[in-house]
Each structure stands twice: as C-alpha cells, then as structure tokens.
Design a protein. Structure first.
Length: 329
C-alpha cells in the first residue's frame, strides 16, 4: 500500500475509501515527474502548478498565534472536565482535502485561502433568503465558547474549545418554513485555492465542492455549533476559517469547514463522503462504538495529544443530549 509515510499505524484514513483506480499518491507522482524536492510540498506544488501556488505559510506558529481574540464567555453547560488538546498539536493535524490528504501539510497550504471578506448565502425553504458578508451576518449574534470532544471516523480524537453560536439562532432569524426537512452546507469552490479541487488529474471522482447535511431536527439541536473561533481567537485557516460546522456527536467529516452556503431543503442532500463510499460513510454518521466501520473497529479511539487509547463513547459522550433524536416511537 502506498502513502503510509505520515501514517501512524493506528490511523485509518478516510481516503482509503477512494476507489483504487483514482487513488494516486501525490508524493509518488511528483517524484515520478521529478518534482519532489527537499522543500516538501510547498516547493513541489510551486514547481508543478506554477509560481503563484508556491505561496503558503512557512511557519506553523504564524498560522494560529496572534490571530484576533474573540473574548467570548465559556458556556459552563459545555465545559468538559478534560485536558484540552494543545493548540499546536490540533493546528498541524488536519483533514481538509481541498488542500491535501496529508494531515501535516494542511496548515501550510490553507494559508492561501482569503477568508475576509467572505460571502455567505442562505437559501432554500426560509422566509428570508440572503447573500451577505459573513461579518454582517454575525452582527447581533452573541458568541460563546464551548469545550467539545471531537472524534474522527479514522479513530483519533481531541478536545477543543470552539467559539461560535448554535445554528438554531441563525435558523430562527431567517425563518425556517414548515416543509423544511434538511439543511445542506457547502464549502467554497475554487481550485486556484483548494488545489485538490481540480477534478481533473488524479482525483476526478471526488464530488467537489465538499458538502454535508443534517436533518432539520439535528440542525436545530442545541449542540450544533456554527463555529468561528478556537482557543479564544478566530479560526486558523486549517481548521476551516472563517466559519465551519461542529457536530460533536458525529464523526468529524460531518463538521464541514469554510462554509459558503446554507440551504434548507425538503430532500436529503448528497454529501461528499456519502457520495464517494455510501457503505462506509452514512448520512447520519453518529459516533457509535458498537457499529464498526466496514474496514475497522470503532470501539476505541486514540487521543492525538496524549496518544492514550480510550473506549469510544456512544454519540461521542453526548448520548444524554442527542439520544432522543434517534429514538423510534
Ligand atoms: N470542507 C471540508 N471540511 C472538512 C473536511 C474536508 O476535507 N473538507 N474534513 C473533515 C474531517 S474528515 C475531519 S476529521 C475534520 C477535521 O477538522 P480539523 O482539521 O479542524 O481537526 O474536518 C472535516 N471537515
Ligand atoms: Mo475525519
């Protein structure tokens, strides 16, 4: 199997779901083309894709230290008594396939994203559809900090203080119509920025832009957080600036980054991972230790900071809050 360079043996990447025929190791390809250099992906991408694409953060600290503070009060109802994952660990261990399939390259490559100004669209079955600047949208919505567990389907986990607001506040503002059944979220689409969105070359079958979805009941749930910050400041780009979703009881891929559109619909939306491999990545994707992924167990997870192996909790520890969403009458 190729592409194991950065992988610890306990990591089981989502990308292995990609059909073998379209899965090509990037470094291997660059090497074959004679483009891999000691400079790593920054240099390699620059050489292979043109000089403007060589630009990217050169220093991890610069990507998250000194970002504007948010000063939002921590909500005591969501203050876990768990050690936080140190920011410098979370900031260099990212899944953001618009930029790279390598977790430790994302912080460099996401630097090219321009996140201000940021146009945001609200569409579909709402009383007040709108296209507006994200800053205007955020006016008048109070922000709060919440410490949440985060669990990727690859069986790694972390604990992060996010800053944001529950999605139901925005939905109440725009007025959800009575025929609404789902919410669909979409990430930006711009292959000049998200250099893996080209759809041509190696990954033609990936359904860009990245999309995700929730039932309207899930979208209205108190835990569902539209997130604009982490660790007390605005979101670093690698975590999905300027605004992403966090649904802490679901596998991480539901927590879509750098969202440009929210659409209320009456049909279950197609989603990125569910389209690639529906048998592996269900629409609901609730964390459940008793439902193994077809290719690995979900009974345990590994904390990315402490490296401790711990039992997976039903709904990632949020069963009390979300359990009733999934009870059949
Ligand atoms: N647009 C977009 N959102 C995304 C992804 C992605 O590739 N693109 N990856 C998802 C996955 S698989 C995970 S585990 C989390 C990772 O979030 P983090 O890098 O902030 O820890 O983002 C999710 N949101
Ligand atoms: Mo993930």
């Amino acid at each position: 199997m190729a592409n194991l360079r950065h992988r610890k043996n306990w990591e089981l990447p989502e990308r292995l779901a990609t059909p073998e025929s379209v899965f090509v190791n990037r470094r291997q390809v660059l090497k074959t083309l004679g483009l891999a250099t000691a400079g790593g992906i920054g240099a390699a991408a620059g050489l292979s894709l043109g000089p403007s694409r060589a630009r990217g953060a050169a220093n991890l600290d610069q990507t998250f230290k000194g970002l504007p503070a948010l000063n939002a009060p921590r909500n005591p109802a969501f203050d876990l008594k768990l050690p936080l994952t140190p920011e410098q660990i979370a900031a260099q261990y990212n899944n953001f396939y618009e930029f790279s399939t390598e977790k430790d390259d994302v912080w460099m490559l996401a630097d090219r994203m321009v996140t201000k100004p940021w146009k945001f669209e609200i569409a579909g079955l709402v009383d007040k559809p709108a296209v507006m600047d994200l800053d205007d949208l955020l006016k008048g919505i109070p922000l709060e900090e919440r410490v949440y567990r985060f669990r990727c389907v690859e069986a790694w986990s972390m604990v992060v203080p996010w800053t944001g607001f529950p999605m139901h506040k925005l939905l109440a503002r725009v007025g959800v119509r009575s025929d609404a059944k789902f919410v669909k979220l979409t990430t930006f689409m711009n292959p000049e920025v998200g250099i893996r969105q080209t759809g041509g070359l190696f990954f033609a079958q990936e359904p860009w832009p990245y999309t995700e979805g929730l039932t309207i009941e899930e979208a209205m749930h108190e835990l569902t957080l539209l997130t604009v910050g982490s660790y007390g400041h605005i979101l670093p780009k690698q975590h999905g600036a300027p605004m992403r979703l966090i649904t802490p009881w679901k596998y991480g891929y539901k927590s879509i980054k750098s969202v440009v559109k929210l659409e209320v619909t009456d049909k279950q939306p197609a989603t990125f991972w569910n389209t690639i491999a529906p048998q592996e990545y269900g629409f609901f994707s609730n964390v459940n230790p008793n439902v193994p992924h077809p290719r690995w167990s979900q009974a345990y997870e590994r904390n990315i900071a402490t490296r401790e192996r711990q039992p997976t909790l039903l709904y990632n520890g949020y069963a009390e809050q979300v359990g009733q969403l999934y009870k059949r009458a």
